[in-house]
Ligand binder design. Structure first.
Ligand code: AHR
Length: 309
């Protein structure tokens, strides 16, 4: 018989589909919804059976979901961790069960990195650096003190920690650019709106000239709060945020947001490819970083159509 490389139909029917247990951290933002959709769609296209549990931003719920995956004896476990600490014990439990682990989107702080196979996601530190570079360039003709407000994401999460670090590192010792207000707003639009409102309760002379929001949803919430306070966002306050949602591009095109650093949520195809490689016994790079850009108002109008979420 000719060897086609394909299994005979009877044998093919006996090959069980790969089962992937995925602990998604929540549904806090537009980015997260797109990430979940990307993973669902890619699993369908790859013929992988996906068991997805949403932890609603609660690490304990992630642990519960993961223990459920172990009991169900899934083939691979993927985790998008809400915060970066506290993972070692549960990763040891998974190792004892002999199930390979893929970390997705946010990282885990573990001493023993052999507890997971690979980490797929963005370079959040670099995103913070890009945001600061934009601010430095935008403010290059100003020698007076520039107050910067920062809306952080979820406390203890990698994107919030690393974007903040990268931003500060890039500002370096620039004397006139100072972060004068900073607070977490949990990556949500409502959080961004509420925290921005509290920033604007300060006397006017303390109001920021620049806002760095760790994601688009919080920036959009902050734009609402600014408008309510009679401030013209994008002009009275320069706004830079992270993600690249279509709504943020619309706000850029309308002049309310000045720049958006891209963070790519479409991790589904790469994740499914990694699952298949692991099941085929191949080795993977320890870190897979998604290529990303920065967009400014000049390009926003043209790019809106290309935004996938
Ligand atoms: O971990 C990625 C971040 O989480 C995205 O920037 C944000 O929108 C999401 O909530």
């Amino acid at each position: 018989a000719v060897n086609t490389g394909l299994l005979p139909p009877a044998d093919r029917a006996m090959v069980k589909p790969i089962v992937l247990g995925f602990s998604q951290l929540g549904s806090e933002s537009t980015w997260r919804e797109a990430n979940t959709a990307s993973i669902r769609e890619a699993a369908g296209e790859a013929g992988i059976t996906l068991i997805l549990k949403n932890a609603e931003q609660d690490q304990q719920q992630q642990f519960d979901a993961i223990r459920g995956f172990i009991r169900s004896d899934v083939d691979v476990i993927a985790i998008a961790p809400v915060v970066q600490t506290g993972w070692e014990p549960i990763l040891l439990e998974i190792r004892q069960a002999g199930i390979p682990v893929i970390i997705v989107d946010r990282s885990v702080n573990v001493e023993n990195s052999s507890l997971y196979v690979t980490f797929i996601g963005s370079d959040f530190y670099e995103e913070g650096v890009k945001a600061a570079k934009y601010v430095i360039d935008k403010m290059r003709h100003h020698s007076e003190a520039i107050h910067i407000a920062e809306l952080q994401g979820t406390v203890g999460s990698t994107p919030s920690i690393d974007r903040g670090r990268g931003f500060r590192k890039m500002l370096g010792d620039k004397q006139n650019l100072r972060i004068t207000m900073t607070a977490p707003a949990d990556f949500t639009q409502s959080g961004g709106r509420e925290v921005m409102k509290t920033f604007l309760q300060q006397p006017k002379e303390k109001w920021p000239r620049v806002l760095f929001a760790h994601n688009d949803d919080m920036a959009i919430g902050a734009v609402e709060a600014m408008k309510e306070a009679g401030i013209v966002p994008g002009s009275d306050i320069i706004i830079v945020s992270v993600d690249g949602t279509r709504r943020a591009f619309e706000q850029m095109a309308a002049g309310s947001i000045n720049a958006v650093v891209e963070c790519n949520p479409m991790l589904g195809p790469l994740l499914m490819q990694a699952v298949k490689e692991i099941m085929a016994g191949r080795t993977l790079p320890k870190r897979m970083v998604t290529p990303e850009d920065i967009y400014t108002q000049e390009l926003a109008g043209r790019e809106i159509e290309n935004r996938k979420y």
